[in-house]
Design a protein around this ligand. Structure first.
Ligand SMILES: NC(=O)c1ccc[n+]([C@@H]2O[C@H](COP(=O)([O-])OP(=O)(O)OC[C@H]3O[C@@H](n4cnc5c(N)ncnc54)[C@H](OP(=O)(O)O)[C@@H]3O)[C@@H](O)[C@H]2O)c1
Length: 316
C-alpha cells in the first residue's frame, strides 16, 4: 500500500510517498481502508517534533514512527479479534495510527460508527478539532452572551464559531485579514486582526477563548465582564521552543481561582458523536484536497496558513 512518511522531523518537504506493508490488527484494533484524513495542528506537532517536549514520546533525534496522520474516516477491512465491537464493512471515524495511507490501524476505543446522516468527508473533520471546540464551550462562563475568540479561522476555531453561533452568542473573532469573510460566514458578529485584540474595550466579554496568540492573561482579564473567564485551547504561540506554552498555562491556571481554564479534550467515541450531532445542520468547514499524491502540496498550503477551517484530504 501507499503511505506518506517522513524519516526526519520537519515540515511538508520531509514527506515522501512510500510503498509499505499493510499493517495487521491485533486484539482491540481494527484495520481500516482510509477514506478521508483531517489535517490540523496536532498532526503538525507530531510531524515537526515541536515543541521539543513532544519528542519525549516520539523519538528525540528522529521520529521512531515514520507514518503521519491521526484524524480519519474509513471502512473496516479486518478486526483484531472475534470479540470486536466492529464488523468488516462498518464506516467509522475517529483517531487512527499513521492514517495518511491507503490502510491504517485504529484502536476500537478511539473510533465510532459514522451515523447514516453524516458523509465521510465531514466525519474526518470532527476528531480532535471539533472535540476541543465542544470541550472549550463546556468550560465557558455560565452566562455566555458575548465572547472573544482569539484565532477563530482554523480547525478548532471554525468549529467553535459555529457552536457559539448556534447558541446565539455574539462573538468577536480575531483572524488574518484575508480570512475575515470566512469567520463572518461562520457567525462571527465582528472580525478583527490578531493585533487589534489589545485595542478592545474593557469589560466586554463573558468568555475569551484563546486558540492562538500570546496575549498576557492579565491584559485579557481586563476585557472580561465580572465573573467572566478565559478558556485556553491552544498555547502554540506561548512558552519556549522546547516546552511550548501548555505547561506554563497549566501552572498559571492552577493559581487563577477558576478564571483561566485549560482545555484538554478527551478522544472518546461518545463525545465524537455528541459534537457531530450538535453540528449536524452546520455548514461543513472543510477545505478539501484529493489524493495522497496531492497531499504534500495541501499540507504545504496548510502549514503556510493558506487554508481555512479544517483541511480534509481524500485518500481512497
Ligand atoms: N486543548 C486541546 O485539547 C486541543 C485540541 C486541539 C488543538 N489544540 C490546540 O489548538 C490550537 C489550534 O489548533 P488548530 O488545529 O485549530 O490549528 P490550525 O487549524 O492550524 O489553526 C491555527 C489558528 O491559529 C491562528 N493564529 C495564527 N497566528 C495567530 C496569532 N498570532 N494570534 C492568534 N491566532 C493566531 C490562525 O489564524 P489565522 O490563520 O487567521 O492567522 C488559525 O485560526 C493549537 O495550539 C493546538 O495545539 C488543543
Amino acid at each position: 500500500m501507499k503511505a506518506l512518511q517522513r524519516h526526519n522531523y520537519g515540515n511538508w518537504s520531509q514527506l515522501k510517498l512510500s510503498e509499505v506493508e499493510i499493517p495487521e490488527p491485533t486484539k482491540g484494533d481494527v484495520l481500516v481502508r482510509v477514506e478521508f484524513v483531517g489535517v490540523d495542528s496536532s498532526m503538525n506537532h507530531l510531524m515537526t517534533g515541536t515543541p521539543g517536549l513532544v519528542r519525549l514520546g516520539t523519538g528525540f533525534r528522529n521520529p521512531r514512527n515514520p507514518g503521519v496522520g491521526q484524524s480519519f474516516s474509513g471502512i473496516v477491512q479486518a478486526v483484531g479479534s472475534s470479540e470486536s465491537k466492529f464488523q468488516i464493512g462498518d464506516r467509522v471515524f475517529g483517531i487512527g495510527i499513521n492514517v495518511l495511507a491507503d490502510f491504517a490501524l485504529a484502536k476500537e476505543s478511539k473510533i465510532a460508527l459514522v451515523p447514516d446522516w453524516l458523509d465521510s468527508e465531514r466525519a474526518a473533520s470532527f476528531p480532535v478539532s471539533a472535540l476541543a471546540a465542544n470541550a472549550a464551550l463546556k468550560m465557558a462562563s455560565k452566562t455566555l452572551e458575548t465572547a472573544l475568540v482569539i484565532g477563530g479561522s482554523g480547525s478548532v476555531g471554525s468549529f467553535l464559531l459555529q457552536l457559539l453561533a448556534a447558541r446565539g452568542v455574539k462573538a468577536v473573532v480575531s483572524a488574518s485579514s484575508k480570512k475575515h469573510g470566512w469567520v463572518e460566514s461562520l457567525g462571527a458578529s465582528k472580525s478583527i486582526t490578531h493585533s487589534q485584540v489589545s485595542e478592545l474595550a474593557h469589560s466586554s466579554f463573558d468568555s475569551i477563548f484563546v486558540v492562538g496568540g500570546d496575549e498576557d492573561f492579565g491584559e485579557l482579564a481586563k476585557l472580561l465582564k465580572p465573573g467572566g473567564n478565559i478558556v485556553v485551547i491552544g498555547s502554540d504561540h506561548r512558552g519556549s521552543k522546547f516546552a511550548g506554552g501548555f505547561l506554563a498555562t497549566a501552572f498559571v491556571s492552577l493559581f487563577s481561582r477558576g478564571k483561566i481554564k485549560l482545555v484538554v479534550s478527551a478522544e472518546k467515541p461518545a463525545l465524537l458523536l455528541e459534537v457531530a450531532t450538535l453540528l449536524k445542520d452546520a455548514t461543513p468547514i472543510t477545505t478539501s484536497s484529493h489524493g495522497l499524491d496531492n497531499a504534500v502540496e495541501s499540507i504545504r498550503r496548510y502549514q503556510d496558513g493558506q487554508t481555512m477551517g479544517r483541511l480534509v484530504i481524500k485518500v481512497g
